[in-house]
Design a protein around this ligand. Structure first.
Ligand code: ADP
Length: 258
């Protein structure tokens, strides 16, 4: 199948007065349309740098990125980016926060406003349309943030530790919830996380990165034999532990190489 995103031999280093920090070395992978991929790796290995490069915020020093076969810089593919903090504006209502991206792009219309209503209804936030973000729980805020991203109809969703600011219990629920929504919409997603259970419960494939400068240590396809493949059902399935241990071992093996 044609890939939506392809990285070929990507390398990147930060340069500042103290010198050079090599962050990525020779990273190559491709993602198929509709795939949910996760990237895990030690803290500081270069995960966020990699997402920033895919989002076009940083230019790779070496290598090539193509989106649907076109160089990233020429591509008109709409990329959605969700971060650890929801970045909702406290003085705007949830409805007006959801419309923010469209407003900036001058795409507000009766049709896009109707879509905002539809998504707020579908994802259980309709009655909070006129509430301010501070009136919502952390999980609901992340839902609002996801709706704001989805309403722009991104073909590719980049998720940079979007649940890590939440407490453990909430993170579990919100991770499952948001993961399900993304699956239902059939969006292609690339999730960066340091939480191995999150990766195993949500992804179709996990890329394990080494210590900085990050290279791909291993790619693990995640396949569960489940009638209804939900994050919660995955957590309770026997394969879960096997995948978790496999990834954990790979990461730990890397630690001993420091
Ligand atoms: P991760 O997301 O895996 O925790 P990052 O991609 O944020 O890792 O960072 C990778 C490495 O690059 C880290 O050592 C970090 O300190 C360094 N780094 C990140 N941003 C900058 C920057 N703007 N200037 C210099 N070094 C940076």
């Amino acid at each position: 199948m044609e890939s939506i995103l392809e990285l070929k031999n990507i390398s990147y280093a930060y340069h500042n007065l103290e010198g050079e920090t090599k962050a990525l070395s020779d990273i190559s992978f491709s993602i198929a349309p509709g795939e949910f991929a996760a990237i895990v790796g030690p803290s500081g290995c270069g995960k966020s740098t990699l997402l920033s490069i895919i989002a076009g915020l940083l230019r790779p020093e070496q290598g090539e990125i193509t989106i649907r076969g076109m160089p990233l810089s020429d591509s008109r593919t709409n990329i959605g980016y969700m971060l650890q903090h929801d970045h909702l504006f406290e003085w705007r209502t949830i409805y007006r926060n959801v419309l923010l991206g469209l407003e900036i792009r001058h795409e507000l219309s009766a049709a896009t406003k109707a879509k905002a209503d539809e998504l707020l209804e579908l994802y259980g936030l309709k009655r909070f349309s006129n509430a301010k973000p501070s009136e919502l729980s952390g999980g609901m805020r992340q839902r609002a943030s996801l709706i704001r991203t989805l309403i722009q109809d991104p073909e590719l969703l980049l998720l940079d530790e979007p649940f890590s600011a939440l407490d453990y219990q909430t993170r579990l629920n919100v991770g499952d919830d948001i993961g399900q929504i993304i699956r239902q919409t059939g969006k292609t997603a690339l999730l960066v996380t340091h939480d191995l259970s999150e990766a195993v419960s949500l992804a179709d494939r996990v890329f394990i990165l080494t210590q900085r400068p990050a290279t791909i240590a291993q790619t693990v396809p995640i396949i569960f034999d489940l009638e209804e493949d939900t994050p919660m059902k995955r957590r309770n399935a026997p394969e879960f532990k096997t995948y978790f241990n496999l990834i954990w071992k790979e990461l730990n093996q890397d630690e001993t190489h420091i």
